[in-house]
Ligand binder design. Structure first.
Ligand SMILES: Nc1nc2c(c(=O)[nH]1)N[C@H]1C(S)=C(S)[C@@H](COP(=O)(O)O)O[C@H]1N2
Ligand SMILES: [Mo]
Length: 347
C-alpha cells in the first residue's frame, strides 16, 4: 500500500496524501498534504524569540510570546483542511495550478486557542471588520509577494482557531510551527501558517493572494471580481477500493469520507450504474463539526467486469453534491461526483 506523499513540486513543497492514507479519521501528520506558496522555514524558530504581534483597529497593540498564548484557555477542534485546488487535475477541462487528485485534504484534531481570546485582549475598535494574517515564511520568486490573507471579523470571532498542536503533537514545522490559523471549515488558503502578525482592518486586505488568486472566475473575467474561496464544498471521496484495483467477485467493502466545510454531512449514497440508482451508505466513526465523516457500503453480489463506483454526499440542509463541478479558470472547488468516480475490475 502506497503511503508516501506524492510530491508535485519540490520548491516550494507541494505534495498530496495518497488515497490509501485517507482511510483513517485522523490523517497522520507525516502523510498530511503540504501546500506552500513560499519556502518552509529551514528550522524551528526558537520559541523565546517568537512573537505574535496584533495591530491595526485595536485599542492596545500587543506582542504575544508563546507562553502568553499557552496561558490562554486551551481549545481543541477537529478540522478537515482542504486546499482550494484539490481535485483540479480530475476536471474534464484543464485549469492552471498544482495537479491535485484527491489527496489535497486531511483531517486532524488541532489544539490551540480561539482567535477571539487573542483579539479580545487587544480590544477591537468600532471600525474592525477583517483580520489579516501574516506568516514569516520567505516568499518565493522574484516578486517577493508575501502570503497575506484576511478573513471577515465574524469568522475570526466565531470559529477560528490559532493552533499550536496537530494530532497531539507540537505543530510540525511544515504545517506552521509554532502557530497557524485555522478558519474552521474553510479552505487551506484561509489558514495561514508560521503566524507572526495579525492586523485588524476596516476592509479586506488587498494583495495578490486576495485578489488575483483564490477567486472563482471565468475566462476573460477580472479575477478580483470573482467570488472569494471561503467554505470547503460538499464532497465525498472513495478511499477503498482504489482506482484501477482488481478485486474478486462477491462482497466488496467500499469505504470513503465525506465533508461539507461548515455544514454537516447528512448522508452519502453510492451508485454502481452511472447514477441511475443510488443506495445509502452507512455513516461510521466520529461525528464532529468541521470534520469529515467516514462511511462504508458493503457491496454484495459484485459481478465480474468493469465497474464504476460513484459516491454522492448530501448536507444537513438537504443540498446534494453536484454530478459535475462548476468549472473556473483556477480549478477551485472540484466536488463533482463523476470526477471522483473510481473504476475497478472484478474477476
Ligand atoms: N504562511 C503561509 N501559510 C499558508 C500557505 C503558505 O504558503 N504560507 N499556504 C496555504 C494554503 S494554499 C494551504 S492549502 C494550506 C496548507 O496547509 P498544510 O501545508 O499544513 O497542509 O496552508 C495555507 N497557509
Ligand atoms: Mo491551498
Amino acid at each position: 500500500m502506497k503511503t508516501e506523499l506524492r510530491v508535485m513540486t519540490e520548491r516550494p513543497l507541494n505534495a498530496e496524501t495518497p488515497a490509501a492514507a485517507l482511510h483513517s479519521w485522523i490523517t497522520p501528520n507525516h502523510v498530511f498534504f503540504d501546500r506552500n506558496q513560499g519556502a518552509i522555514p529551514r528550522r524551528r524558530i526558537a520559541l523565546a524569540r517568537w512573537r505574535l504581534s496584533v495591530e491595526g483597529e485595536i485599542r492596545t497593540p500587543l506582542a504575544f510570546s508563546f507562553d502568553d498564548i499557552r496561558r490562554l484557555p486551551k481549545a481543541i477542534a477537529a478540522d478537515t483542511l482542504e486546499c482550494s485546488g484539490n481535485g483540479r487535475s480530475l476536471l474534464a477541462e484543464k485549469s492552471a495550478g498544482n495537479p491535485w487528485t484527491v489527496g489535497g485534504v486531511g483531517n486532524a484534531v488541532w489544539g490551540g486557542v480561539w482567535l477571539r481570546d487573542v483579539l479580545n485582549q487587544a480590544g477591537l475598535k468600532p471600525a474592525a471588520a477583517h483580520v489579516a494574517f501574516e506568516g514569516f515564511d520567505r516568499p518565493s520568486g522574484a516578486s517577493g509577494v508575501k502570503f497575506i490573507r484576511s478573513i471577515p471579523l465574524e469568522k475570526a470571532l466565531s470559529t477560528t482557531l490559532l493552533a499550536y498542536e496537530m494530532n497531539g503533537e507540537p505543530l510540525p514545522l511544515k504545517h506552521g510551527y509554532p502557530l497557524r490559523a485555522l478558519a474552521l471549515g474553510w479552505t487551506g488558503a484561509n489558514c495561514v501558517k508560521w503566524l507572526s502578525r495579525l492586523t485588524v482592518m476596516d476592509r479586506p486586505f488587498a494583495g495578490f493572494f486576495m485578489d488575483n488568486v483564490y477567486r472563482v472566475f471565468q475566462k476573460g473575467q477580472d479575477p478580483a471580481t470573482g467570488e472569494k474561496v471561503t467554505g470547503i464544498k460538499l464532497k465525498s471521496i472513495i478511499t477503498q477500493p482504489l482506482a484501477g484495483e482488481t478485486l474478486c467477485a462477491g462482497t466488496v467493502v467500499v469505504l470513503g469520507a465525506a465533508y461539507a466545510g461548515t455544514d454537516r454531512v447528512a448522508r452519502v449514497d453510492l451508485s454502481f450504474d452511472g447514477g441511475t440508482t443510488w443506495r445509502a451508505a452507512q455513516l461510521i466513526g466520529p461525528d464532529e463539526p468541521f470534520a469529515w465523516r467516514q462511511w462504508q457500503y458493503v457491496w454484495t453480489g459484485a459481478g465480474t467486469g468493469e465497474h464504476t463506483l460513484m459516491a454522492r454526499a448530501t448536507d444537513g440542509r438537504g443540498r446534494r453534491q453536484p454530478m459535475q463541478a462548476a468549472w473556473n479558470v483556477l480549478g477551485y472547488g472540484n466536488n463533482g461526483v463523476r470526477e471522483h468516480a473510481v473504476s475497478v475490475r472484478i474477476v
